[in-house]
Design a protein around this ligand. Structure first.
Ligand SMILES: Nc1ncnc2c1ncn2[C@@H]1O[C@H](COP(=O)(O)OP(=O)(O)OP(=O)(O)O)[C@@H](O)[C@H]1O
Ligand SMILES: [Mg+2]
Length: 239
């Protein structure tokens, strides 16, 4: 298994230009980013600064137009979209602001979804989904449909789903954006617990409470990154 010397992410001089035909938008202007396995980081920046563009490239949902991107030591820029999809499905768990759950499927069925694509046997995947839902504190809601759950509970289901394939990286885009501050705080706590259990987690956010809790705070502005030490004195750009 490629390891990238402990680095899960290594981006060098990554550019992204959107060419709409009429205008070209340079959304990323030479991003350098190294992230070690086991990191808990927040990526923050104003609207239009390139956060979602960066997340899409980090999660192999989109490709850069220039620069080098290595994921766990494997060069992924320039890969065919089929191989990118494989990497994404095997190695990245996504958490979105709008949860992206199947509304009429149960919590269990939602978490089983990635395991169905992977061809895991019914009994095994049901056990794994139940185990993950217990892990996120929803053992008592296994058979509820997604629409019967609160926002905070829905986000827990989507975090359990993101964990289903045991991904190397969890990428979250505004995971607390649709939650009240209490359930948002509980979701941040859950991410913190997952990080303490060894997961690598990157959160893109406007929520001022998240950078207070992460090890690293990465700022993006006009398509370029800067990094600063955060309140924990642990925001280390030197990885
Ligand atoms: N598909 C696209 N085609 C053309 N331009 C795009 C496209 N997607 C994003 N952009 C432009 O690229 C820049 C960065 O957009 P991006 O969505 O990455 O910002 P963001 O930081 O996620 O903003 P927000 O906080 O509002 O979600 C913006 O100027 C945006 O208009
Ligand atoms: Mg965005």
């Amino acid at each position: 298994m490629p390891n990238g010397n402990g680095k899960i992410i290594n981006m060098q001089n990554v550019h992204k230009v959107y060419d709409t035909g009429k205008v070209k938008v340079e959304a990323l202007k030479g991003v350098n980013l190294k992230i070690q396995h086991g990191t808990f980081a927040a990526i923050i920046g104003p609207s239009g600064s390139g956060k979602s563009t960066l997340m899409n490239i980090l999660g192999c949902l989109d490709v850069s137009t220039d620069g080098v991107y290595e994921f766990e030591g494997e060069r992924v820029d320039g890969l065919h979209h089929n191989r990118l999809a494989e990497i994404r499905n095997e190695k990245v768990g996504f958490v979105f602001q709008n949860f992206n759950l199947l509304p009429y499927a149960s919590a269990l069925e939602n978490v089983e979804m990635p395991l169905i694509f992977k061809g895991v046997h019914t009994k095994k995947r049901r056990e794994r989904a139940a185990e993950l839902l217990e892990r996120v504190g929803l053992g008592h809601r296994l058979t509820h449909q997604a629409i019967e759950l609160s926002g905070g509970e829905m986000q827990r289901v989507s975090i359990a789903r993101a964990l289903a394939n045991n991904p190397s990286l969890i990428l979250a885009d505004e995971p607390t954006g649709n939650l009240d501050s209490k359930s948002g705080g509980e979701i941040i706590e859950l991410f913190e617990e997952l990080w303490q259990a060894g997961h690598t987690i990157l959160i893109i956010t406007h929520d001022v409470n998240i950078p207070k809790r992460t090890e690293r705070v990465i700022r993006i502005k006009d398509g370029l990154l800067t990094e600063e030490a955060n309140g924990n004195g642990n925001g280390n750009g030197g990885h």
